[in-house]
Design a protein around this ligand. Structure first.
Ligand code: AMP
Ligand code: MG
Length: 394
């Protein structure tokens, strides 16, 4: 039997880092910056007004009120601003370039708002409402270090710096293929003995949430030829194939039957749920074969796939945030296996509860959980109040 760490290493070793490509900002969210981003210009690029008002010279403000002729009007976007003649004011709007020579911005509220001449009743100190060149970032500075996960503010600053693309790691392309003769697509009628296919949509959503680019291939029956045909149809150009089902110890284990000795190694991992696992390559494409029970499939994704694919996409944080929290009730766990249980946190009491039993078919309980509880291999019982490792699923 493999340890969780050993199987995790096998899967991590299958994946290479994805390539880096100049990526339009519209596709950048959630991806990882591959190199330090240096500012190609100063921000702000020119000194400008932070207020609607008047640009004047401090030296001209000899007493209040004072009336000055308004020599020019400077809305935002003017590119031909003349120097401020001594003894005059320029009407200026927020974001408009400061005329050379001006050192005070008087907000319109401190004036009569005149267009030809302006009466100024009071004024702030020089520089107060002036945004200086490079105040936010200086040309050449590292604005975003390599490894930054791109979100809305990072896209904003890239655009402000005039960048249409960023050097980002490509999402991992993942083919998702479920197996099982009992499966029926949601939306179709169900005959006795059949169940709806839930693993592929769940795994594809989990992969997308982790930053990968999943494609679902229509599930196949427990038939070796059908599985091979499905894989051959859809594996071209994929970075990873993820199957579910057909890897445990029964008869009709289609994934095992089709791929044993064909580049995929099947192993038992000392965990519950998720003991039967497989990993390897199908025609050179890395492949991970997950167990079919829906909770096993999801737990296997969290334990093995999510960290590996995030590492391949350059993410700095590949694991879920982990905390230790006291249990609200007792918990039993099998000896020799790491148990992963669904949990729900109680933020008010500062405790965590096991959410549903350990059964790997209890999908609705998984859907109601907000965290995963991890019980070490050598622990068979925990009491209320004992601290347990908790993965926050977010
Ligand atoms: P298997 O690993 O193929 O033996 O499947 C184990 C259990 O999970 C069985 O009860 C299957 O019906 C169920 N199962 C397998 N694949 C899926 C799937 N894609 N969606 C829902 N249940 C599944
Ligand atoms: Mg099956």
């Amino acid at each position: 039997m493999r340890t969780v760490e050993q199987h995790a290493q096998v899967i991590a070793d299958l994946l290479r880092p994805t390539t880096v490509a100049p990526t339009p900002l519209s596709d950048a969210r959630g991806r990882v910056l591959a190199a330090d981003l240096r500012a190609p210009l100063d921000l702000p690029p020119f000194a400008n007004s932070a207020m609607d008002g008047y640009a004047v010279r401090q030296a001209d403000l000899t007493g209040f009120p004072i009336t000055l002729p308004v020599e020019q009007d400077i809305p935002a976007g003017r590119t031909d601003v003349a120097p401020l003649t001594p003894g005059t004011a320029a009407r200026i709007m927020t974001g408009a370039p400061l005329p050379p020579g001006a050192d005070v911005i008087v907000q319109v509220e401190r004036t009569d708002g005149g267009a030809e001449r302006v009466r100024i009743d009071s004024a702030p100190a020089p520089g107060v409402h002036i945004r200086t060149v490079g105040e936010d970032v200086r040309r050449g500075d590292v604005v975003l270090p390599a490894g930054t996960v791109i979100g809305a503010p990072q896209i904003g600053v890239a655009a402000a710096l005039g960048l249409a693309t960023l050097p980002l790691r490509r999402p991992l392309r993942v083919l998702v293929l479920s197996t099982g003769t009992e499966l029926v697509a949601p939306g179709q009628p169900l005959a006795p003995g059949q169940i709806y296919e839930s693993n592929a949509p769940m795994l594809a959503a989990a992969l997308a949430a982790a930053g990968a680019a999943p494609t679902i291939e229509h599930f196949v029956a427990d038939d070796v030829a059908a599985l091979r045909a499905g894989l051959d149809r859809a594996s071209d150009g994929q970075d990873l194939i993820v199957t579910s089902g057909g890897v445990s110890a029964g008869a009709y284990e289609v994934v095992k039957d089709a791929l044993t000795g064909q580049g995929v190694e099947f192993a038992k991992v000392a965990m519950q749920p998720g003991m039967p696992q497989g990993a390897g390559r199908y025609r050179d494409v890395p492949m991970v074969t997950l167990p079919g029970n829906p909770v096993s499939s999801y737990v296997s994704f969290e334990v093995f796939l999510r960290p590996a694919i995030r590492a391949a996409m350059g993410h700095p944080d590949i694991t879920r945030p982990t905390v230790r929290v006291p249990l609200s009730g007792p918990l039993d766990s099998p000896a020799g296996k790491r148990q992963f249980r669904r949990g729900q946190l109680d933020a008010v009491r500062g405790t965590v509860a096991a959410w549903g039993g350990p059964g790997s078919h209890l999908l609705a309980w998984l859907a109601g959980a907000d965290c995963m509880l991890v019980v070490p291999e050598d622990v068979t019982h925990l009491d209320a109040g004992d601290e347990i490792e908790v993965w926050l699923l977010g």
